[in-house]
Design a protein around this ligand. Structure first.
Ligand code: ARG
Length: 466
C-alpha cells in the first residue's frame, strides 16, 4: 500500500514508486492550469450528461457526478479546495476530489474521454471567453477615441512622416486612425472566435472512441457551433491559442504605438497633451516631473505579449501529431498574454478618456516647419496650371526664401512670393493658413473636418452594433 500511496493515483498502476521530486516539478501544471477550473468542471458536467443521455453511464451516477462537481466548484471559489502538485494538473485534482466526495461513481466520468481532449476543450473555452472580454475592452477604447475625435474634429495638429512635421491634419483625424486600427483588432477577435468555435471534446486520447458518444450534444452544451471533425486534429491543434496570441500581439503593437505617441506628445517640448494625475507619476527627486508611466508600461508590456506569441509558435513548430507534453507549455503564454493585454487596454482607455488636449500647442506646431508647402504647390497646379514637378520646385524656392528670412511660409509677403513666380496672387494666403489647408482635404478618408465627422458618424453606428 505504501507504493500505491506514493505513486500517482490516476495512472500509478504500472509504476513502482512515486516520481522523483524533479519529475514532479517539471511535470506538474497545477500551479497555473488551476485557472481552468471553471471550464474543466463545465466540460465534465456536459460530458457526464451526454454519457447518461446515451446510456453509457446511469442517470444516478451522473447526478452524483454533477452534484460532486458543483460542490468542487464551490470549494474552489471559496478558496477551501486543496490543490495538490502530486496530482499534476487541474483535471486530476478535480477528479481525485470527486472520488473523495462521491466514491466509485467518480471513476465513470472519464469514460470515453482523455485528458488530451479534456485539456483541449478547457483551454478553448477559456480562450473563447477571453476573446469576448478583449472584444468588449476594444469597444470601450474605440468609443473613447470616437468621443475625443468628435470633440477635436477641427483641432489642427501637425501630421508627421519620419517624425518630421509633414502636413497639417486634425487631432480628430489622428484619433480616427486609431479607431480604424482597433476596429481591425476587433474584427480579428471576431474571426478568431468564429474559427475556434468547434469542440474537441470526444476525440478521446486521439482516435475517437468505441463508446456511442454524441459529440454534437457536448459541443452544443458547451456553446460551441459544432464538434471538430478530426479526432487527431482535435487533440493536437493549438491554432486557436496561436491566433489569440497573434491578435493580442498585433493589438499590443497598436497600443504600443499609441503609447509612444502619448509619451512624445506629453513631453514639455511638444505639450500636445497632458495626462491626468491618475495615469502619471511624479519623480522622487525632480519635483517638476510628471512621468507617463502608464504609457511607458503599455509600450514595455508589448514585448511580453509578442514574446508569448513567439514562445508558443516555437513550442508548436516541432510537434508531430498528435498530443505531446510540450503542449502543456501553451497555458502560461496564453494566461499571461491575456492578463497583460486586458490591463493594457484598460489603462489605455483610461488615458485616452482623461488626457487634456492642448489645442493651442497643436495649432502652433502645425503652423511651423512650413507645413503648408504642399498646399502652395497644389495651388500652383490648380490655379496656374503648372505641372506638379515644377510647382514642387517653385515651392522649394519659396521655402528656402522663408528660411533665409527666418519666417514661416505663410509670413512671406506677396512680393516675396511673386519674385519666385509672378503669377502668384493674394489668393494664395487662404491656402497657406493651416485651418484652410485641413479644410481643403476633402478627399475620401482625408483630414477635412467634414470628412472626419462623416467617418465618426459611420463608426458610431457600427460600434453600437458590434
Ligand atoms: N496537463 C496536461 C496539459 O496541460 C493535460 C493533458 C495531459 N495528457 C497526457 N496525455 N499526459 O497538456
Amino acid at each position: 500500500m505504501s507504493d500505491k500511496k506514493a505513486s500517482n493515483q490516476m495512472w500509478g498502476g504500472r509504476f513502482a514508486s512515486g516520481p522523483a521530486a524533479i519529475m514532479e516539478a517539471i511535470n506538474a501544471s497545477i500551479s497555473f492550469d488551476r485557472k481552468l477550473y471553471a471550464q474543466d468542471i463545465r466540460g465534465s458536467i456536459a460530458h457526464s450528461e451526454m454519457l447518461a443521455e446515451t446510456g453509457i453511464i446511469s442517470t444516478a451516477d451522473q447526478e452524483k457526478i454533477a452534484h460532486g462537481l458543483n460542490t468542487i466548484l464551490k470549494e474552489i471559489e471559496a478558496g477551501t479546495f486543496e490543490f495538490s502538485t502530486r496530482l499534476e494538473d487541474i483535471h486530476m485534482n478535480v477528479e481525485a476530489r470527486l472520488a473523495d466526495l462521491i466514491g466509485p461513481a467518480a471513476g465513470r466520468l472519464h469514460t470515453a474521454r482523455s485528458r488530451n481532449d479534456q485539456v483541449a476543450v478547457d483551454l478553448r473555452l477559456w480562450v473563447k471567453d477571453e476573446c469576448f472580454r478583449v472584444a468588449e475592452a476594444l469597444k470601450g477604447l474605440i468609443s473613447a477615441f470616437l468621443e475625443r475625435a468628435e470633440e477635436h474634429a477641427a483641432t489642427v495638429m501637425p501630421g508627421f512622416t519620419h517624425m518630421q512635421a509633414a502636413q497639417p491634419v486634425t487631432f480628430g483625424h489622428h484619433c480616427m486612425a486609431y479607431v480604424e486600427m482597433f476596429s481591425r483588432d476587433l474584427s480579428r477577435v471576431r474571426d478568431a472566435i468564429e474559427r475556434m468555435d468547434e469542440s474537441p471534446l470526444g476525440a478521446a486520447a486521439l482516435a475517437g472512441t468505441s463508446f456511442p458518444i454524441d459529440r454534437h450534444k457536448t459541443a452544443k452544451a458547451l456553446g460551441f457551433r459544432e464538434p471538430m471533425r478530426n479526432s487527431l486534429d482535435s487533440v493536437s491543434d493549438r491554432d486557436f491559442a496561436l491566433e489569440f496570441l497573434s491578435l493580442a500581439a498585433i493589438c499590443a503593437t497598436h497600443l504600443s504605438r499609441l503609447a509612444e505617441e502619448i509619451i512624445i506628445w506629453s513631453t514639455p517640448q511638444f505639450g500636445f497633451v497632458r495626462l491626468s494625475d491618475s495615469f502619471s507619476t511624479g519623480s522622487s527627486i525632480m519635483p517638476q516631473k510628471k512621468n507617463p508611466d502608464a504609457a511607458e508600461l503599455v509600450r514595455g508590456k508589448t514585448g511580453r505579449v509578442t514574446g508569448h506569441l513567439v514562445g508558443l509558435l516555437t513550442v508548436m513548430k516541432g510537434m508531430p501529431l498528435t498530443y505531446g507534453k510540450d503542449m502543456q507549455e501553451d497555458k502560461e503564454s496564453v494566461f499571461d498574454a491575456a492578463e497583460t493585454l486586458d490591463l493594457m487596454l484598460a489603462a489605455m482607455t483610461g488615458m485616452v478618456r482623461d488626457m487634456t488636449v492642448n489645442a493651442a500647442a497643436m495649432k502652433k506646431a502645425a503652423g511651423s516647419g512650413h507645413a503648408t508647402a504642399t498646399d502652395l504647390a497644389d495651388w500652383l497646379v490648380r490655379t496656374l496650371g503648372l505641372p506638379f514637378r515644377e510647382a514642387h520646385h517653385v515651392t522649394g524656392r519659396a521655402v528656402a526664401l522663408a528660411e533665409e528670412k527666418k519666417v514661416s511660409l505663410e509670413k512671406l509677403s506677396l512680393e516675396d512670393l511673386q519674385s519666385i513666380n509672378p503669377g502668384i496672387t493674394q489668393d494664395i494666403f487662404s491656402v497657406l493658413a493651416v485651418q484652410n489647408s485641413v479644410k481643403s482635404r476633402t478627399s475620401f478618408g482625408g483630414t477635412a473636418p467634414s470628412e472626419v465627422r462623416k467617418q465618426i458618424r459611420t463608426w458610431k453606428k457600427r460600434i453600437a452594433k458590434a
